[in-house]
Ligand binder design. Structure first.
Ligand SMILES: C[S@@+](CC[C@H](N)C(=O)[O-])C[C@H]1O[C@@H](n2cnc3c(N)ncnc32)[C@H](O)[C@@H]1O
Length: 299
């Protein structure tokens, strides 16, 4: 068995027991300044039973701000954005069927909120890109949300595809193996640095969700691929909350404004860092001369 598969199996086996990692969870609560005295219900619920220790899911409490952000950046009215939000929140695939999928899993929440993927959903519904690229799949929550947006876009007469890539061969279990869902999905296992240009070759990219670790090296490489074959426009989104400067540097190079949307998690301690968004028209992308300095991602 390949070494990467063995490592992935070991990682997934450890993750299966994450609900029981009380010391780790106590450390996380301490790190985020949550005390038993100030927030007893939230503290105990997380400490005793929550399975999420490396990535958090939550609903959001600032729909109005998200809708205003979509109006300013994605070419829809705030009202249309609100319709997309309610469509996602009522979608059986993203609610009841998702719960059925996680019900008996010890390593996933029984009700997985999609709040921190709603910006992606609204962007995909608003701009209806023909090709979306997601770097980093993990359990597949983002992929599932994007695939549902593509299905709805197809119902509206605009076909599109999602290419998602992850180095973990066991990623993406939240996406049911059901043809209506997976028909528009190319799931690629490998490093973005090795495979991304090849899997998107010759196809204009309308949206790229940069969700491998938000390092400068990854971002320069993955955003570089998107800019070299940008659709009009290409939307670049990353979730570092601004600690990684790449998107801001890119905006400066192109004479554009990098925008930033900060979700307000509902009933969760995580201080969401927010998502950087850059909308690049094709004429800007075609005039881009590449990064100064090294861009190649290490294998
Ligand atoms: C934050 S998670 C992705 C979350 C996912 N987009 C979602 O919405 O739930 C990051 C993922 O990136 C993968 N990863 C890390 N470095 C990578 C690389 N260089 N190429 C491909 N995948 C990578 C990890 O295996 C991990 O599953």
């Amino acid at each position: 068995m390949a070494e990467t598969t063995l490592k992935a199996r070991a990682r997934h086996a450890a993750r299966r027991l994450s609900r029981l990692r009380w010391l780790t969870k106590r450390g996380i609560l301490h790190h985020y300044g949550v005390s038993l005295r100030d927030r007893p219900a939230l503290y105990l619920r997380y400490l005793l039973w929550d399975p999420e220790v490396e990535s958090y899911s939550y609903d959001i409490a600032n729909d109005d701000e998200l809708c205003a952000f979509a109006e300013a950046n994605f070419g829809v009215t705030a009202r249309q954005a609100r319709d997309f939000l309610s469509e996602a929140r009522r979608d059986p695939e993203l609610t009841t069927r998702l719960s059925e999928r996680t019900r008996w899993r010890f390593d996933a929440k029984n009700k997985l909120p999609i709040g921190n993927r709603l910006l992606w959903y609204v962007a995909a519904r608003a701009r209806k890109p023909e090709l979306i690229v997601e770097t980093g799949i993990y359990e597949g929550l983002g992929s599932l949300v994007l695939l549902r947006a593509l299905e709805r876009n197809a119902d509206d007469g605009v076909e599109g595809r999602l290419v998602s890539i992850d180095v973990d061969p066991m990623c993406g279990f939240l996406v049911r193996d059901e043809s209506a869902l997976t028909a528009r999905w190319t799931k690629v296992i490998g490093m973005t640095g090795d495979l991304l240009p090849e899997v998107v070759a010759g196809r204009p990219i309308g949206m790229l969700l940069q969700d491998t670790p938000h390092t400068e090296e990854n971002q320069r490489y993955e955003f570089g691929v998107a800019l070299r074959q940008a659709d009009d426009p290409v939307i670049l989104i990353e979730g570092s909350g601004g600690y990684c400067p790449t998107l801001g540097e890119l905006a400066d190079q192109l004479g554009l404004q990098r925008e930033h949307f900060v979700e307000r998690p509902r009933d969760h301690f995580y201080p969401a860092p927010g998502q950087g968004v850059l909308v690049v028209p094709a004429d800007c992308a075609s005039g881009w001369n590449g990064w100064p300095g090294p861009e190649r991602q290490a294998a």
